[in-house]
Design a protein around this ligand. Structure first.
Ligand code: AHM
Ligand code: MG
Length: 355
């Protein structure tokens, strides 16, 4: 028993400090990290728990996709004119549902909804907008290849404006948090609130995302380049010249190509192993295919936080001022060596503008 300084011995044990060697869940990590965000209280962690809950629901469905009646098209087309998969619909509903319980969420915008959805917009408690692609790479579902969810959290406009444009159409550099969940051979959540990039692996036996990759740094040079080379004849000349330079050994080593066709999976490899991922302008998509707000911006934020860079071929992705919710952009993202070389061929932010 512990002796109390002024009286009889205490009838309780001293506090038990958490053992740093024990498991750290993403919720504990967010609670620890959110102190860095000005004005964020418990509601930010509660918002993020909506994303972790919904993505665990999505992961459970993805894991059982071949066992249920969920494979194949739902018979609808989304705003991009693409066929919606049933899992797209489920994933979108899961995120919308989970976030609609969070008072701090004013608006959500999703790849699967033509217009942003007002959640608690108008309430003084509403501090954030959340934009997401609920199931990226969904054409890969039927063949059991990795897919992902991407998300970005934006703060409500500082000037008090209440129009949806002011809430949602903000440049990526002001993202409060961004991340993705990769439904791969394991399910991983990777996120940043501007203090490095941290990865958590879903332990299905306990249903928690557990810290597995703290402080991820993108290698300065990798061994892979990642692009849909079937479209190479349509790429602008400087892109083709850059790829020829890489193949020809111009970066001082032999590169291999890797292309999954799920941006989250291709980016995840680039983040961990280095190299470069490109979705250039093509004849079909002269402005690029990927979406700025909920695909390119989260990935660009994570890349910069991990020591890499991201450009649209002319500008830093995070500096692009969005004009519409589903705006597309070319995207080139990678480690320092590859991005330096890319920018010598294609252009990009001047060195002084880089973060
Ligand atoms: P989606 O949002 O309709 O799933 O499309 C985005 C996906 C990305 O995950 C991937 O990088 C790209 O489309 C692949 O496109 P392509 O088949 O033209 O190479
Ligand atoms: Mg997508």
């Amino acid at each position: 028993m512990t002796a109390s300084p002024a009286g009889p011995p205490a009838d309780f044990d001293p506090p038990r400090r958490p053992d740093p060697a024990t498991l750290l869940t993403v919720q504990q990590h967010i609670l620890r990290e959110q102190d860095r965000l000005p004005g964020a209280g418990g509601e930010f962690a509660w918002l993020m728990s909506g994303i972790t809950l919904a993505t665990k629901m999505i992961a459970a469905r993805v894991r059982r996709a071949g066992l249920t009646d969920l494979l194949g098209a739902a018979g609808n087309t989304n705003v991009q004119g693409e066929e919606q998969q049933k899992l797209d619909v489920y994933a979108n509903d899961a995120l919308l549902h989970a976030l609609s319980w969070r008072d701090s969420v004013g608006f959500v915008a999703s790849e699967e909804n033509e217009r942003p959805v007002a959640v608690h917009h108008g309430s003084p408690a509403a501090k954030y907008a959340v934009v997401f692609d609920p199931l990226d790479g969904s054409s890969n579902i039927d063949v059991n290849v990795s897919v992902g969810t991407t998300f970005s959290v934006l703060r409500r406009p500082a000037d008090g404006r209440q129009d949806v444009s002011a809430w949602v159409l903000q440049p990526g550099r002001v993202q409060v948090a961004a991340g993705y969940v990769l439904y791969g051979s394991s399910t991983m959540l990777v996120y940043s609130i501007g203090n490095g990039v941290h990865g958590f692996t879903l332990d299905p036996s306990v249903g928690a995302y557990v810290l597995s990759h703290e402080g991820i740094r993108m290698p300065e040079q990798g061994r892979y380049y990642s692009v849909n080379e079937a479209y190479a004849d349509e790429f602008p000349g400087p892109y083709r010249a850059f790829l020829g330079h890489v193949r020809g050994g111009g970066l001082g080593r032999r590169y291999a190509s890797r292309y999954i066709g799920s941006m989250v999976a291709d980016f995840h490899r680039t983040l961990l192993k280095g190299g470069i991922f490109l979705y250039p302008p093509t004849a079909d998509s002269p402005g690029g295919k990927l979406r700025l707000l909920y695909e390119a911006n989260p990935v660009a934020f994570l890349a910069e936080q991990a020591g890499g860079r991201a450009t649209d071929g002319a500008r830093r992705v995070l500096d692009v001022e969005p004009a519409s919710v589903h705006q597309r952009t070319p995207l080139v993202v990678g480690g320092r060596t590859e991005m330096d070389a890319f920018e010598r061929f294609v252009g990009g932010p001047a060195a002084g503008d880089r973060v």
